[in-house]
Design a protein around this ligand. Structure first.
Ligand SMILES: [Zn+2]
Length: 183
């Protein structure tokens, strides 16, 4: 497996909507495995294909071991052990968001040393394909729901700074400009 280079803010691929993954080829499987390896090496909880330079509908998430921010996962209505489902590879995911939202701090591997509060839905319904081709539907809550919303935004070319309120964004503007210049 390979550790991939993580694309930083300012690179246009981060603003590109991902194309649907038509078939789960060996190439896709290798990319997903490399993305998991890269996410773990960077101590991240999620990584989207755009962040390794590929605009396709593929993201990985791993919230196992995050104990200070609780999550819940229900598959077919039944609560499951989250650790057994991590790392989770989501292909062509579609989200249904709850109306109730909650603020929370987020970071992003494409924005080193930047974090800020983002309002996200508390609960989401997810329809996606897994790496083995299986179609799954599940409900996620809490930190896992937040992580998936952040990653699915990436797949659509949306970044967490787009979701911050203007005061938060203004407070980060100097650092964001510096990041963009380095890109
Ligand atoms: Zn991110």
């Amino acid at each position: 497996m390979n550790i991939l280079e993580i694309v930083k803010y300012g690179n246009p691929v981060l603003r590109t909507k991902g194309a649907r993954v038509a078939a789960i080829t060996d190439e896709i499987k290798t990319l997903a495995a490399d993305m998991v390896e890269t996410m773990h090496a960077a101590n991240g909880v999620g990584l989207a294909a755009q962040q390794v330079g590929q605009a396709i509908q593929l993201a990985v998430v791993d919230v196992a071991g995050v104990d200070d921010r609780p999550s819940a996962l229900r598959v077919n209505g039944a609560e499951v052990n989250i650790d057994e489902w991590m790392p989770l590879t989501l292909i062509n995911p579609e989200l249904d968001l709850s109306k109730d939202k909650v603020p929370g701090d987020e970071g992003c591997l494409s924005f080193p040393e930047i974090s800020g509060g983002v309002l996200r839905s508390v609960k989401i319904n997810v329809k996606a394909q897994l790496l083995d081709g299986r179609e799954v539907q599940f409900e996620a809550e809490g930190f896992l729901a937040r992580a998936i919303q952040h990653e699915v935004d990436h797949l659509n070319g949306i970044l967490f700074i787009d979701r911050m309120n203007s005061a938060t964004k203004a407070s980060l503007s100097g650092r964001l400009k510096r990041l963009q210049k380095q890109a």
